[in-house]
Design a protein around this ligand. Structure first.
Ligand code: NCD
Length: 358
């Protein structure tokens, strides 16, 4: 008897088996979890992104890029607030010559008439070639991917943020930013000490990046958070399984001079259930000029943005601030990812080799 292809069955699978469900021909197809990326794929995406951004500087280059996926269109289904991720995906698609459609407000879609979200996204697969989605419910993008697997259309699904759980493309852009920041360091990202500060419980960017960084040997992680917003059990177990040296503290001063990167996050109070996080004193987790002055000169300050009071705008003027670069890197790595999902990444590498390697 074969196991039925049901959501309950699939969502209960171990992550390794889920990754197989989300792949095609040995490549990542649906992008749902940071765990789907191995080191080679991550390195490939970074090098495609770096070449793409150079190619896009010239008219000839843009003409080439725009021809790559001019026969494809994307559905951007963002029913959770977004500015940078939404726009960076729009631009990523445009660089590759794709058309796109969008739904951002479920009140003006058929959801208002009582249609389920899953029926809604199934409709998109009849009009578009890829679904890029941000949804407040943690498992929704995953379920959409499994739904697509059962339809004849079988189009890829990219999660652009899944509730408080995962934000795999942010992890890609964060890793890309770290790689660019430390490209002259002897061991690259190996052996880095990274601090994650703030709401590390519900910061999906923290959770996805921490998982992705386990691809590099000896990366140390310190999670600096208030008692109520500490690392969730599943992430702690994943890090243990990967043999990562990690610890928790509520005292950022105890690590600030030692770290190579600090990744600051805001309180994710949209996920407050019952107890309000407004009662938590978050000021000890604010990144200030005073803390910056204690950091190594080559260390970097990151933030997924948007920021509130937890990141002093005065830090923007310090060369160690990397959050505006993160945004720009995000657009390029998302373009590289869309190219990869549609199997045109090698055409970008070939074009670069022909025109830009001297
Ligand atoms: C983050 C998110 O949506 O999780 N933003 C983003 O995509 N850059 C971080 C946040 O909202 O705090």
């Amino acid at each position: 008897m074969t196991t039925p292809y049901t959501f309950a069955h699939l969502t209960a699978l171990p992550i390794k088996e889920k990754c197989a469900e989300l792949s095609r021909n040995g490549k990542v197809f649906h992008v749902i979890f940071a765990e789907q990326f191995d080191r080679d794929t991550l390195e490939l995406l970074c090098s495609v992104a770096t070449r793409l951004r150079k190619i896009a500087k010239s008219r000839e280059g843009m003409d080439f890029l725009r021809g790559l996926l001019s026969h494809k269109s994307a559905m951007l289904y963002f029913t959770q607030p977004s500015t940078r991720t939404f726009l960076s995906f729009v631009r990523a698609c445009q660089y590759l010559g794709m058309d796109y459609g969008e739904v951002r407000d479920p009140r003006i879609s058929s959801a208002y008439k009582g249609e389920s979200d899953i029926d809604g996204v199934r409709t998109f697969s009849n009009y578009f070639d890829i679904i890029i989605m941000r949804h407040p419910e943690a498992g929704f993008a995953e379920r959409t991917a499994y739904t697509m697997n059962t339809t004849g259309m079988a189009i890829p699904v990219i999660s652009a943020g899944a509730g408080p759980d995962e934000h795999p493309t942010q992890a890609l852009l964060d890793a890309y930013t770290l790689k660019r920041s430390f490209e002259n360091r002897k061991n690259g990202l190996a052996g880095l000490h990274v601090a994650f500060m703030g709401d590390v419980a519900r910061g999906r960017t923290v959770r996805s990046l921490a998982k992705l960084l386990t691809l590099y040997p000896d990366v140390r992680m310190t999670f600096v958070a208030p008692e109520e917003l500490r690392v969730r059990k599943d992430l702690g177990e994943w890090l243990d399984r990967k043999g990562v040296r990690w610890s928790e503290t509520d005292d950022v001063k105890s690590v600030i001079a030692d770290i190579d990167a600090i990744y600051v996050t805001r309180v994710q109070d949209e996920y407050d259930a019952g107890k309000s996080s407004k009662d938590i004193d978050y000021t000890p987790f604010h990144m200030t000029l005073e803390l910056l002055s204690r950091m190594k000169p080559e260390a970097v300050v990151m933030h997924p943005l948007p920021r509130r009071a937890e990141l002093d705008p005065a830090i923007d003027f310090d060369p160690r601030a990397r959050y505006w670069d993160q945004e720009r890197n995000g657009m390029w790595i998302r373009a590289a990812l869309v190219a990869y999902v549609f199997n045109v990444e090698s055409r970008i590498l070939d074009f670069y080799a022909q025109h830009y390697s001297y």
